[in-house]
Design a protein around this ligand. Sequence first.
Ligand SMILES: Cc1cc2nc3c(=O)[nH]c(=O)nc-3n(C[C@H](O)[C@H](O)[C@H](O)COP(=O)(O)O)c2cc1C
Length: 309
Amino acid sequence: MLDWTDKHCRYLHRLISADVVLYSEMVTTPAILQGDTQKYIGFNTQEHPLVLQLGGSDAKDLAKSCVVAQDYGYDEVNLNIGCPSDRVQKGKFGACLMNEPDLVVDCIKSMQSAVDIPITIKSRIGVDNNDSFENLQLFIEKIANAGIKTIIIHARKALLKGLSPKQNRSVPPLNYDYVYRIKQLFPELSIVINGGITTVEDVKVHLKQVDGVMLGRAIWNNPWLLYTLQNELVGEYTNNRDDVLVDYRKYCQTQLTKGVKLHWLLPPILNIYHGLAGNKKWKSHLVTQATQRINDLTVFDEAREFIQL
Ligand SMILES: Cc1cc2nc3c(=O)[nH]c(=O)nc-3n(C[C@H](O)[C@H](O)[C@H](O)COP(=O)(O)O)c2cc1C
């Protein structure tokens, strides 16, 4: 998630769950090929299994970016066909590619021939008036024929005009049934459902119909949900929130010595005590003190005093 799931956030999430698959923010091909590559796609080795999500629609540039991703050690590359922002539409990628299945197929083939790591797709269930189940089925059929084996489907369509990216994550209604039906029609594909899923119970319900569940905002708002998911779906995991805080504090210490500013490291940990008494005070102490006392990690210890476990 752009500006949210950077490498610091992913490091924290890995401390909480050993097995969840983590995704990068969407990175565009020009950023990788012409920008500060290390800044955009560098990561901590602890983050595996880790997927790099690409934004782009130039088959050659996507292929070159996949090679860079593979060389960096990413486990998979995911192509974004779901982002509706104006910037992304201007670059002719993201959700508007759902209207151009042949171009998507060219991109997929070019990416697959460049690397050995899996190429996957994240799409919507449709865009604008291109929102019938039949069209979704045709789209999935085309990309499956191109060799795609895993598709993450955000179960709402995107409206390319008139809605902000934020509204496009809540206004178009969720339609999980489309995703379930895709799984039934393409049992050989690994179908991962996404959109509006917030509880362990809901995850379990979806897993009866599809192969995987992707959670976005729910984990940002309550990272500890990952712990519950890890325990209930994979097996017991011994960390507790305070252990995670201690480990993340150590990580912050290392990052500060590398010149990373504390205000970049704070956002992911702010919600770690979600749901516990004192959570509000913990957050406000961190935010206010960290801006006044630049890079002083004792703010973590002080803020922790507010939490009642
Ligand atoms: C701040 C923010 C940034 C996002 N950035 C991306 C992105 O870079 N790539 C992507 O595929 N989806 C992105 N999304 C969409 C989420 O991945 C997800 O599809 C959407 O929020 C619905 O899932 P959720 O209800 O579990 O959050 C972003 C969402 C948010 C809130």
